[in-house]
Ligand binder design. Structure first.
Ligand SMILES: Cc1cc2nc3c(=O)[nH]c(=O)nc-3n(C[C@H](O)[C@H](O)[C@H](O)COP(=O)(O)OP(=O)(O)OC[C@H]3O[C@@H](n4cnc5c(N)ncnc54)[C@H](O)[C@@H]3O)c2cc1C
Length: 115
């Protein structure tokens, strides 16, 4: 995962939550199969690909030009749009903070083991 956008850890936490939601019960019951792992991949592959596509676009259109000393003279159209329409600014904030597929913990609370 590229460091662009600083979203890799968000994705890693979401991956962990999705994995726990899908794998906790089969692990607890000793019934885990490859199909459970495929379900984790099926759920998380799409948000990973979408996030990496956005990172790649930023890399190719902005970072590469800046590093080559050919900084864009004008801000990208999307930034101008956000400047004109402040109501839209929540969208990139949400994409960075929550991602394209939010995950919520659905596992039962773990019981502490004694000793
Ligand atoms: C240079 C750089 C800078 C970054 N900066 C940021 C940043 O500022 N902010 C941000 O949010 N993200 C950043 N990221 C992205 C972020 O680090 C990753 O997205 C995140 O660490 C992924 O977490 P993960 O748990 O999915 O995988 P990893 O952190 O890669 O953990 C996977 C672990 O599994 C282990 N492993 C692999 N195969 C096996 C195996 N067969 N058996 C046992 N263990 C195995 C590996 O050794 C590793 O410890 C950056 C990435 C890079 C490369």
């Amino acid at each position: 995962m590229s460091p662009i956008g600083g979203v890799g850890i968000n994705l890693a936490v979401q991956d962990a939550v999705a994995a726990a939601n899908i794998l906790a019960e089969p692990l607890r019951g000793g019934t885990l199969t490859d199909d459970h792992l495929a379900r984790v991949q099926g759920r998380r592959e799409w948000p990973t690909r979408v996030t990496q596509s956005i990172q790649l676009a930023i890399q190719n259109r902005v970072v590469r030009r800046v590093l080559a000393g050919a900084a864009p003279s004008k801000p990208p159209f999307i930034l101008k749009l956000l400047d004109w329409l402040p109501a839209l600014r929540g969208i990139p904030a949400r994409l960075v903070g929550i991602g394209v597929r939010p995950e919520h913990v659905r596992t039962a609370e773990a019981t502490p083991t004694s000793g």
